[in-house]
Design a protein around this ligand. Structure first.
Ligand code: NAG
Length: 301
């Protein structure tokens, strides 16, 4: 991501040259090359100066990298639509994955502003929250509260009274689903952070894996944190009955979904339906880290 700053530097140099040149009264450089306003660029300038940066592509009229297909979706930041979240105060939410797409869970971003407070999920619905910006205070009926900062998370069992409060601002990614109960098992409130979770074995693979929830039977989903260094990729080309909701937290690379190959970067969200062939390769110069919902521990019948 050095291009924008190099470009700015170039612009600054050009404008310094412009000042120097015009003060000397020499005008060897056409002003159109100096001016950043594309209206004043020479005819066909764009052909030899194409837009290469994804952040500029997002400004193209009608352009989006977002895709919605039967068995997968890519929802990029320019497509996210925020509106007030029901039951929450001073909070805007963007539902990114919802049962209308074919999923058994919802995934949304919640942007909490100053003096905001969460609402409760519907009855029998469990909730997982992960802080991507700012800080929130989680309190339960025992009056015990936790300060959750970036990279911290909490799991709230179904019908568990709790509140999230935010004094300044915070952005959360939230997963909720109707709990698939099993006789004799209950889940418990969990509060922790990614860096407290041990690295797990990934036989045949080189990426780093952490699981944010216990793998025991009471839990009907898990959240994986997967790290890839640039150039690393999944060895296995998975096809499985589980579905996924993914948020790219850092880095960039190529995600293969079915027969399509998508350049992706931090901020992108992916929905993977059961059985969609899936594969990832990390590119660029920095680590890729993504967060992944996966339904587990239940008989699919
Ligand atoms: C409230 O949170 C505290 C600290 O995490 C925990 O020990 C307690 O069991 C929770 N209360 C309930 C009712 O779960």
């Amino acid at each position: 991501m050095h291009t924008p700053s190099h470009f700015l530097l170039l612009l600054t140099i050009f404008s310094l040259i412009k000042v120097a040149v015009s003060e000397e009264g020499i005008c060897s450089m056409p002003p159109s090359i100096i001016n950043s306003d594309s209206d004043s660029k020479p005819l066909y300038w764009k052909v030899t100066n194409p837009t290469l940066s994804p952040s500029h592509l997002q400004d193209l009229p009608g352009f989006t990298r977002s895709v919605y297909k039967r068995d997968h979706a890519l929802i990029t930041p320019e497509s996210q639509v925020f509106s007030p979240l029901p039951e929450w105060t001073e909070t805007l939410g963007a539902y990114l994955i919802a049962p209308a797409i074919g999923s058994n869970f919802v995934m949304y971003l919640a942007k909490m502003q100053g003096n905001s407070k969460s609402g409760l999920p519907p009855s029998d619905v469990e909730r997982f929250i992960f802080v991507v910006q700012g800080a929130v205070t989680l309190a339960n009926v025992s009056g015990i509260s936790h300060e959750l900062i970036v990279d911290s998370y909490a799991y709230l069992p179904p019908n568990f009274q709790h509140s999230l409060k935010c004094d300044a601002s915070a952005t959360l990614v939230v997963f909720e689903r109707r709990y698939a109960s099993l006789e004799k098992y209950v889940t418990e409130q969990i509060v922790s952070s990614t860096n407290k979770q041990p690295l797990l074995e990934t036989p045949g693979e080189i990426f780093e894996l952490r699981k944010l929830l216990p793998t025991s039977l009471p839990y009907d989903f898990n959240i994986h944190i997967m790290d890839f260094q640039p150039g690393e990729f999944l060895n296995v080309k998975e096809v499985h009955y589980n579905e996924h909701g993914l948020l790219l937290l850092e880095g960039q690379g190529i995600y293969r979904l079915g027969d399509s190959w998508y350049p992706v970067e931090a901020g992108d969200v992916i929905w993977m339906a059961p059985f969609v062939p899936q594969w990832y390769a990390a590119l660029g110069k920095t680590r890729t880290r993504y967060l992944l919902y996966k339904d587990v521990n239940r008989d699919p019948l």
